[in-house]
Write a protein that binds this ligand. Structure first.
Ligand code: NAD
Length: 283
């Protein structure tokens, strides 16, 4: 049977470290704080927000939610953003995207203080990820995959890693983080020919496509490590990943489930980034 990579175990290990950091910061008179900026009330955003609030409380990070109406104008949106961005008591910002179509996000992404950019929205942090500079703040989900592989001591050096998905939120930045660990990365996407064969070529297979159970047993090599980033709802309304877990599990050496896999680590990475932001602001 494979080892099931549980997000809760990774998050618990990360928490230990972060609780120590919180007390170090508090000893210096800094109370770490995350500000969440949400426009409208999309169900996905509200679910993530609830998880983020719970995680911050659990670690000892303050959290404030700034909620704007779906039809807020550009001027009021920017004013609220700038208030948070210049507030010295705030060390990290999570802004839900995509924003409503009438809002221009570039106006705020050009001014966000990089150390408050906890989920890698601005060019300065994106450039760091893509140039292999680890001093920035990579996207939380991409970093969560690395945290999971590290926790389970999956050595990446020289390994063939096949990654399905090339979005700017997960696939591309994750490829950069994997390269930084000297993995041999192959990226797949909707135009990839022989997707099954390319996936089988991976000693480590990471699915981030957003297609329910698209990774089937014939796409997985014997003994592979399989990480599932996808969060989907299937035709029966059941939450599932991109991997057909029941069919694939038997072939793997390690596999992450959905739910309770990578998704459970994302808010821990967010918390880690807020703490780094607080340290950076202090220094
Ligand atoms: P996206 O739609 O922006 O990108 C999907 C990528 O997968 C694209 O590059 C596309 O080319 C590729 N793709 C789609 N269908 C494919 C197919 N049939 N074959 C090959 N490639 C295919 O999605 P995203 O924002 O990168 O998210 C990907 C998945 O990860 C989603 O299920 C999303 O819900 C999930 N996600 C999870 C977390 C988390 O916290 N665990 C965070 C963000 C996203």
């Amino acid at each position: 049977m494979p080892i099931v990579m549980k997000g809760s175990e990774v998050a618990a290990a990360m928490k230990e470290d972060m609780v120590k950091k919180v007390s170090e910061l508090k000893a210096k008179g800094i109370v770490p704080k995350l500000a969440i900026l949400r426009v409208g009330s999309r169900a996905d955003d509200l679910a993530y927000e609830k998880g983020a609030i719970k995680k911050m409380a659990d670690i000892g990070i303050e959290c404030e939610v700034h909620e704007l109406a779906q039809d807020v104008g550009q001027k009021d949106f920017e004013a609220e953003f700038n208030k948070i961005n210049s507030d010295k008591s705030v060390h990290g910002i999570l802004m839900f995207r995509p924003l409503p179509k009438n809002l221009d996000e570039n106006a705020v992404l050009e001014v966000i203080q990089p150390h408050k950019d906890s989920d890698c929205m601005c060019n300065a942090n994106i450039a760091k990820v893509f140039s292999g500079d680890l001093s920035g703040y990579p996207p939380c989900t991409a970093q969560a995959v690395i945290e999971m592989l590290d926790y389970y001591k999956i050595d990446l050096t020289g390994k063939r890693v096949t990654l399905v998905g090339r979005s700017m939120v997960v696939g591309k930045p994750l490829a950069m983080l994997l390269l930084k660990r000297n993995a041999t990365v192959t990226m797949c996407h909707t135009r990839t020919k022989d997707l099954a064969g390319t996936c089988r070529g991976g000693e480590i297979l990471i699915a981030a496509a957003g297609k329910a159970r698209m990774i089937t047993a014939d796409m997985v090599s014997e003994g592979a490590v399989v990480v599932d980033v996808g969060i989907n709802v299937d035709e029966n309304g059941v939450l599932c990943g991109d991997v057909d877990y029941d069919a694939v599990e038997g072939k793997t050496s390690y596999i992450s489930p959905v739910p309770r896999g990578v998704g459970s680590i994302t808010t821990s990475v967010l918390a880690k980034h807020v703490l780094r932001g607080a340290g950076a602001q202090f220094n």
